[in-house]
Design a protein around this ligand. Sequence first.
Ligand SMILES: Nc1nc2c(c(=O)[nH]1)N[C@H]1C(S)=C(S)[C@@H](COP(=O)(O)OP(=O)(O)OC[C@H]3O[C@@H](n4cnc5c(=O)[nH]c(N)nc54)[C@H](O)[C@@H]3O)O[C@H]1N2
Ligand SMILES: Nc1nc2c(c(=O)[nH]1)N[C@H]1C(S)=C(S)[C@@H](COP(=O)(O)OP(=O)(O)OC[C@H]3O[C@@H](n4cnc5c(=O)[nH]c(N)nc54)[C@H](O)[C@@H]3O)O[C@H]1N2
Ligand SMILES: [Mo]
Length: 701
Amino acid sequence: MPPQTLTIKTACPHDCPDTCSMLAYVEEGRLIGVAGNPDNPYTRGNLCRKVAHYEERVYSPDRLHYPMRRVGRRGEGRFERISWEEAIGEIAMRWKATIAESGAEAILPYSYAGTMGVVSMSACDGRLWNRMGASRLLRTICSAAAETGYGYVNGWSGGIDPEDFANSKFILVWGTNLSSTNVHLMPYLKEAQAKGATVVVIDPFRTRTANSADWFIQPKPGTDGALALGMAHIIFSEGLHDEAWLEAYSVGWREFRERCAEFPPERVAEITGLAQDEIVTLARRYATEAPAAIRLGYGLSRTANGGSMIRAIACLPGVIGAWGKGGGGLLLSTSAHFPLNRPAISRPDLRPAENEPSCADYGRTEPRAINMNEIGKALMETQDPPIRAIYVYNSNPLAVAPNSNLVKQGFEREDLFVVVHEQMMTDTARYADILLPATTHLEHLDLMRAYGHLYLNLCVPAIEPLGESRPNIEVMNALAKAMGYADSAFDETAEEIIRAALNSDHPYMEGITYETLQEHGFAKLRTQSDPFIPFQEGRGFRTPSGKVEFASQQAERDGYDLLPNYTPPAESAEAAPELAQDFPINLLSPAAHHFLNSTFSNLDSLKKSERAPRIWLNTADAEARGVAEGDWVRVWNRRGAIQLQAMVGDKVKAGVAWSPSLWWHTDSPEGGNVNALTSDRLTDMGGGSTFHTNLVQVALL
Ligand SMILES: Nc1nc2c(c(=O)[nH]1)N[C@H]1C(S)=C(S)[C@@H](COP(=O)(O)OP(=O)(O)OC[C@H]3O[C@@H](n4cnc5c(=O)[nH]c(N)nc54)[C@H](O)[C@@H]3O)O[C@H]1N2
Ligand SMILES: Nc1nc2c(c(=O)[nH]1)N[C@H]1C(S)=C(S)[C@@H](COP(=O)(O)OP(=O)(O)OC[C@H]3O[C@@H](n4cnc5c(=O)[nH]c(N)nc54)[C@H](O)[C@@H]3O)O[C@H]1N2
Ligand SMILES: [Mo]
């Protein structure tokens, strides 16, 4: 008799706007395949290339099965197996000694979004560390600049429903490569195109997404803020703005109009490298082909002036009164629409009382915060107290954090106690003193919200944990107990946390329970309409005034301009001409099609599809250096030097280069991956990452 195949309704937990409803197929306790759940209207039965063969990842030879203690040098990857009891006991003993000598702030948890689970990410980013009074981590590597810039204008209020893009007439895909990073939005754009809509892609690189657009606009990187202000100027000066809407639902639009007047087409053309008539036509069509919608990417915000660029673009829907009318507005993130019971998840109440020792010893009333983009600097330079122990989970900082040569130096510090909880033997795992094995989402329970749509999903375990691997929450509860924390929070199971998270009397949650999620796998938020049309009659903007704020007192209080403005990104030819003489090429390093940050980058089939660590150069830049397609080049700046394979053509303009990320350092030629070159400079707002503000030089290897 053939083995019986079980089908489990679960979800993809990875850091991606799509958060797919997933089916897992299991035979005799073994995962044999996965598929997109066809019942979910957004997933539509399709999974992306990365996730479609998830069994390759679950059973990868890189999977960690047992707790281990380092026996070789840091980074060498030699370990001996130990028991969980020994591992937890040793970690707690080391932490207690550190706390006694230097206070709990000497311990730094480092995590990001290896899983976006409410339990494995959000609960685990709060509870234990709150109770301990450890250094806080500012989780700024991805979205902080964009959230800050967007928030000044529209409040952190959530964007439009992606399913509503099908009803748009004019769609701007701005600074995001949807065909790679938000695949499930593409059918809605195609549907709109089939109904006569125009899709415009704005990107310095001719992406896969640009290939399916009706119009591709290619500005110089870091200049989109000027483009947005220039578009608003044309709209105002030609009377195409929606004055009634602006009067009723916004603050400071007249002052904003004056600011925009500083950006006439001649100046914007000069800044962006675009033709004046391109700018004028774009503005006119955006204002008149209603409804117009913008899909704004986080990618564009990872530029030194990223916060201001997002702030300027986020003004545009208000100028034309596109919000709240269906098919129009802007989508950066939907996450703010999910009304989960947040305190029940992360338990801020577990924080030590003010003035309790630890931070009080250093004159602080709450534990200090470390910006994750500066992890190298923090490990090397922070004092009072220095970071003496780091606990890494849901992240691979050696590979993903900027300025990785400095990060590596930090992790090499002999007096630093490094614990890593991981699924794979990553670049970072190799630096652990104690290495703990983690389950994948197919082995543990979790709840997923989303940042690209409005569905909740339940991750239901399909198979038993591999080896002795354990979910984050179980490890953290065990560590809390070993530390002597008696709080009942550390007895809670994943299911109890999920039930508490769902316990909300918000109307969007009506009828959504643990049981209904178990039955269907997913549920769309019960918004007033489907597709959801937020901000009708100007309601729902979570700004101080409750209106769209072109003039933001909050921004001014935070030390920024009252109004959106444009300044060139630091480390560009405009802002740093001397540096640009030595390093004339601006290297962008956005998401690779077949990898997800550094996840999946170890799987043979996906490495093969991604081919090699590559760099796209303009023909003029390549010829000037004697570089032909397929040649290996050396790419360097003052932070590092790496080797990449050149692709040559007109996908980028001269002076710009593009290298999809992220390869593991261990799979990269000498010098490491692209983050050996990127800067740990922070964005103008929000303390975000600046992966795209990076001047380099290139030469034939
Ligand atoms: N396949 C795949 N999917 C992913 C990820 C992945 O690594 N791989 N990562 C996931 C995560 S964590 C995130 S945050 C999202 C990110 O997804 P996106 O928001 O799409 O971000 P990026 O891929 O970094 O950059 C998108 C585009 O921005 C362009 N860009 C860079 N600078 C500028 C600029 O100044 N102006 C303009 N107009 N464009 C600019 C780049 O050329 C790039 O094509 O994707 C998620 N999905
Ligand atoms: N040059 C450059 N660098 C970038 C970017 C870029 O565009 N260019 N993108 C940046 C962005 S947008 C982001 S969001 C960051 C992402 O940075 P990270 O969040 O560090 O992302 P990943 O590289 O996916 O690493 C996540 C790790 O978590 C592990 N993991 C997954 N699930 C679990 C779990 O349940 N438990 C535990 N303990 N571990 C788990 C995975 O195995 C994986 O190794 O990278 C940033 N780095
Ligand atoms: Mo991200």
